[in-house]
Design a protein around this ligand. Sequence first.
Ligand code: IVH
Length: 693
Amino acid sequence: MSKKSTKTPLPTPLEARAEMAQLAEKIAHHDTLYHQKDAPEITDAAYDTLRARYRALHQAFPDQVPSHDPEEKVGAAIAEGFSKIKHSVPMLSLGNAFTDQDVEDFEARLRKFLNLDETVPVTWMAEPKIDGLSASLRYEKGELVLAATRGDGQTGENITGNVRTIKNIPHKLSAPFPDILEVRGEIYMDRPSFFALNKKRQEEWETVFANPRNAAAGSVRQLDSQITASRSLGFFAYGLGENTEKSIRYQKDLRYHLKRWGFTLNEPSRLCNGTKELLAYYHEIEAARHGMPVDIDGIVYKIDAFDWQERLGFVARAPRWAIAHKFAAEKAETKLTNILIQVGRTGALTPVAELEPVNVGGVMVSRATLHNEDEIKRKDIRVSDIVTLQRAGDVIPQIIKADLKRRPKNAKAFVFPDHCPACDSLAVREEGMAVRRCTGGLVCPAQALERLRHFVARTAFNIEGFGEQRLRELWEDKLIQTPVDIFTLKKHRETLAVREGWGEKSADNLIAAIEARRTISLSRFIFALGIPQVGEATAKLLARHYLTLSTWRTSMKKAQDPENEAYLDLIGIDQIGSSIATDITAFFAEKHNIAVLEALEKELSIESYTPPPSTGSPLEGKIIVFTGTLAKLSRIEAKAKAETLGAKVGGSVSAKTDYLVIGANSGKKAEKAEKLGVKVLNEEEWLAILKDY
Ligand code: IVH
C-alpha cells in the first residue's frame, strides 16, 4: 500500500526560521508541561508531530535554527528551581510481568541463578504496587535531612521542603535508629483527595489532573511548599537506600522496622511460598482493588531473604530479585451511540463518544474521549459500532478499537465538523497540529468566560472589580456575554445596584472602573482580543508595525490571501511566522469577531501606537535587517539595541529597508540588498554606529 503523500511546499528560509522559532517555543512549553508540571496538554502523537516537523525544518534549514534548539536537549528530567541530588545508592526501577506465566518463568530463572534444588522453597514478600512518585528520604541521627525524587535513578531533585509537609512522613524517627538511614517509598494521593482536588481545580478554571499519579507528582514538584502542604498527600515506605543498620536480613523484618520507625506501609502485604501462593494473592487483590482508597497498578514480588537479594544483584536498572506483576487495564465492550463535539475553554474541539452505559472495572461509563480528528480516522470509529473501552488508571476511559465484523452496513465514517457546535464559527486546524479550534473566540459561549476573564485582566484592559466570581455571575445572568457588553453595562446600573451582595456603591465603583478604561493603547487592545499565540510581546510587535487599529484591520483582511502583499508583510515582522499569522488571519476571517471588533471600536478610544520619544539617534525610524551570525552580539541583543535606538527590525530585505547588517555565513540577502540599493554594513561598521549611543 502506498502512503498518501502529504508533502507541503518548502517554506522560504525566512518562514522556516519563524516556524522553527514557533515550534521550538511550543516544544519547550509541552516539555515543561510534561516533565515538570506533570500535566501534558497534548497527546504523545501530537507532540511527536511537532517534533517531526521541527526536525524536518532543522535538516532543510540548518542555518535558521533558533538559539534554544530543542534538538540539542534530551528529555528534561530535572525541573528548574530544584537543586540536584546525587543518590548515594541508585534508585532502581522494576521489571514487569503481565501474565501468570511470566511470574512462573521469573521464579524458574531465579531458581536456576541460585542453583536451588526443587525441594527448597522460595519465600517472597508480596505487596501492592502503588502508582505514585518514588522518593528517597534521608535521616541522619534520626532526623529527616534530605528528600529527593528518583529523577533518572542516579540524580533526582531536592524536594525536602515539600516532603516535610506530608503528614505521615516522620521528621524524627522513633528510637532506636541507625546513624544513617535512607527510606524509599512512594508519595501518593488517595482517590477521594484526587477527586476533591480536581473538582476544586475545575471550579477555579485550572486544568485537571488525569490520574492520581500526575496529581501527586504535580503537587510535589511545586516551588512553593505551601501548595504542596495544601494537597492531601501520603507516603508508603517499601525499601532502603544507604543505611548503617546491617542487622535486618529479611524483607519481612524490614517492614517491621519501618513501621516501628514511624512509617506507613503498603498494605495488605503477604509472605508467600512459591508462585502459586503469589498468584493467589495477586488475584485476590486484583478483585478487591477497586474498593481500596489508593490506586494500585500491580503487585511487587520481592525475595524475602536479603542474602539471596545480594547474590542475585541487578541487571541494567532493575533488580533480579524483584518484579512488578501489573494488573491488566480494565476493558469492556459496548455500543457507541453518538459522537459529540465538546468545545473547551480555549476553543479546542474534542470528540467525545456517547456509549450505552457499561461497567468498566467497577465504574459505570457512558462517555469516553476520542482525543481528536486523526484518532477517529486512524481507528475508523463510527456511530453504532461495538467498541472496546479501556481504563488504565486514568479517570477518562479510552476507546481502543471498533469491532469491524459487527459493524452495521449503513455505518458511515465520521465527518469532523469544520464549524464550532457552540457558536457556529469556523473551526480551523493548523498544519502539524492535532487539534481543531473554534475561531469565534469573542462570541463562542464555550470560550466566553475565559475570554472575558482575559479581556479584563491586569495585563489587558485592567478593569478593577471584575473578580472571577462576579464575572461569572454577570455572565450567567446574561448581563455580559461579549466584551462589548462590559462597556454598555452602565445601562444596567439599577439592576446591578439591587443585586444580592451589591448595592449602589459597588455598582457605581464597577461602572467607574470600566469608564476609566475606555481609552486604551493599541497593543493592550490587540492583546485583550485573546487571539491564540498573540501574547503581550506579539501584540506590541503588531501595534508597532501597523500603528493604528484601522491599518491593522485592513491589512489583516487582505492577509487572508497568503499571496497578498499584506500576508508577506505580516510574516515579514521579525518573530512572527506562519503559525501565528494563521491564528491572526483566522480570527479576522470570522465575521462574528469582526462584529464584536466593530462594536468595541464604537465604545472605545483606541490610541494609535506612538513611537517612544526621539533619541536623536541616527537609527530613528530606520528599518534594519540582520543576517548571518554576528560575532560580538547575539541576534536578540543586537535587535533589542536597534529597537531602543528607535529602529524597526525587519525580517526580509525590501526596497524599504535602510540597512542590512551582515554577519558570518550570511545568505543571499546581501545580493538582494545590493540590487535594491540598500546600504550593507558589516558588523564592525554597525558597531561603530552604535558606539555613541
Ligand atoms: S520495590 C529496586 N515496592 O514502582 C526497586 N516499588 O515500577 C525496588 N513502587 O521504582 C522497588 N510500590 O517507585 C517497590 N511496594 C513497592 C512499590 C514500588 C510502588 C514503585 C517504585 C519503583 C516502581 C517500579
